[in-house]
Write a protein that binds this ligand. Structure first.
Ligand code: NDP
Ligand code: MG
Ligand code: MG
Length: 338
């Protein structure tokens, strides 16, 4: 079993006297900043003027342009969208890095794929909660935490791992458990998980199920409930008890259907596709495509997003959710990212 760190294993004193700049105040940023502040960390925020800036000010933080925040801080946590990080880093953070500072990330993409190359005399680490930012905050307030990963890319001070663990503790992750990984493992498994299973795989599965029922003449509303809405209830059971916990709660008929039908849907071919997806991640092919797509101002991303929003499952879903105010997202539409 890998070593899992909990609150009692972590010495947060390595952060005392340090000023922490959280750069970005979105899904992850607001959660890290508020949780760390409540644990006594000296937090300032780095941003550009705009919506997030106003929010951070109204939440009581000292907010500065990124470069000024970077200049003041001993530890800089970069919580900007991954696509924006390299430019902001180059122009506003790198010029303010001093020997012995720490540079931190919540995802390894830019460092692992060489889009950000930090100087050798700073610590570089990852502290990545394994959950959406809004849950990082909500669970913290509830006295719990979202499990997290830490990794050290560069240890200039000899304390990088301790600092990473202390940071993970202060944002609440060590309440649930912190695992040590590498930038490579975090980046590759995160991308694979969201592509093959969590986002890509699940969205495609849901759509294919919905389309199969609707094309066979069943009502779209029924298909929506069956293939999308109910998924949450099943996933909740898996979250609590694994596959066996889910199978314990469903009917025996459903369980038998699970055994005979599942392998027909996700076949050896599917697994071959997953291996190919993983390989494109490992070779940097996926990263390169996404970086170039951004440099081209996202033509394909935009076209696909537009087409997807017109899919019948979205049209019927929007109507049905209007009638179920209790399932309405709690003000985090578009930002409940993985
Ligand atoms: P969001 O998109 O939610 O937030 C981004 C923040 O950056 C906003 O406050 C935005 O402010 C600000 N920003 C954007 N561009 C600039 C700029 N040029 N200069 C200054 N500020 C800017 O990001 P996430 O929280 O989703 O992601 C942050 C990091 O966390 C990423 O590395 C991501 O991979 C990682 N991560 C995210 C998870 C999640 O739950 N979302 C889970 C685990 C890791 P403005 O209002 O001005 O646009
Ligand atoms: Mg059923
Ligand atoms: Mg991700």
């Amino acid at each position: 079993m890998a070593k899992v760190y909990y609150n009692g294993d972590v010495n947060e004193a390595v952060l005392s006297g340090k000023k922490v700049a959280i750069v970005g105040y979105g899904s992850q940023g607001h959660a890290h900043a508020q949780n760390a502040r409540e644990n006594g960390v000296n937090v300032i925020i780095g941003l550009r003027p705009g919506k997030s800036w106003d929010q951070a000010v109204s939440d009581g933080f000292e907010v500065y342009p990124v470069r000024e925040a970077a200049a003041q801080a001993d530890l800089i946590m970069i919580l900007l969208p991954d696509e924006h990080q390299p430019t902001v880093y180059k122009n506003e953070i790198e010029p303010e890095l001093h020997a012995g500072n720490a540079l931190a990330f919540a995802h390894g993409f830019n460092v692992h794929f060489n889009q950000i190359v930090p100087p050798a005399d700073v610590d570089v680490f990852l502290a990545a909660p394994k959950g959406p930012g809004h849950l990082v905050r909500r669970t913290f307030v509830d006295g719990a935490g979202v499990p997290g990963l830490i990794a050290v890319f560069q240890d200039a001070t000899g304390q990088a791992k301790d600092i990473a663990l202390a940071y993970a503790k202060q944002i609440g992750s060590a309440r649930a458990g912190v695992l040590e990984t590498t930038f490579q493992e975090e980046t590759e498994t995160d991308l694979f998980g969201e592509q093959a299973v969590l986002c890509g795989g699940t969205a495609a599965l849901v759509k294919a199920g919905f389309e199969t029922l609707v094309e066979a003449g069943y009502q779209p509303e029924v298909a929506y409930f069956e293939c999308l809405h109910e998924l949450k209830l099943i996933v909740d059971l898996m979250y609590e008890g694994g596959l066996e916990g889910m199978r314990y709660s469903i009917s025996d008929t459903a369980q038998w259907g699970d055994y005979v039908a599942g392998p027909q849907v996700v076949t050896d071919e599917t697994k071959k596709a997953m291996k190919s997806i993983l390989s494109d991640i490992q070779t940097g092919k996926f990263a390169k495509g996404w970086i170039l797509e951004n440099q081209a101002n996202r033509p394909e991303f935009t076209a696909i997003t537009r087409a997807e929003s017109q899919h019948p499952i979205e049209v019927v879903g929007r109507e049905l959710r209007e009638m179920m105010p209790f399932v309405k997202s709690k003000g985090v539409v578009g930002s409940a990212k993985n």
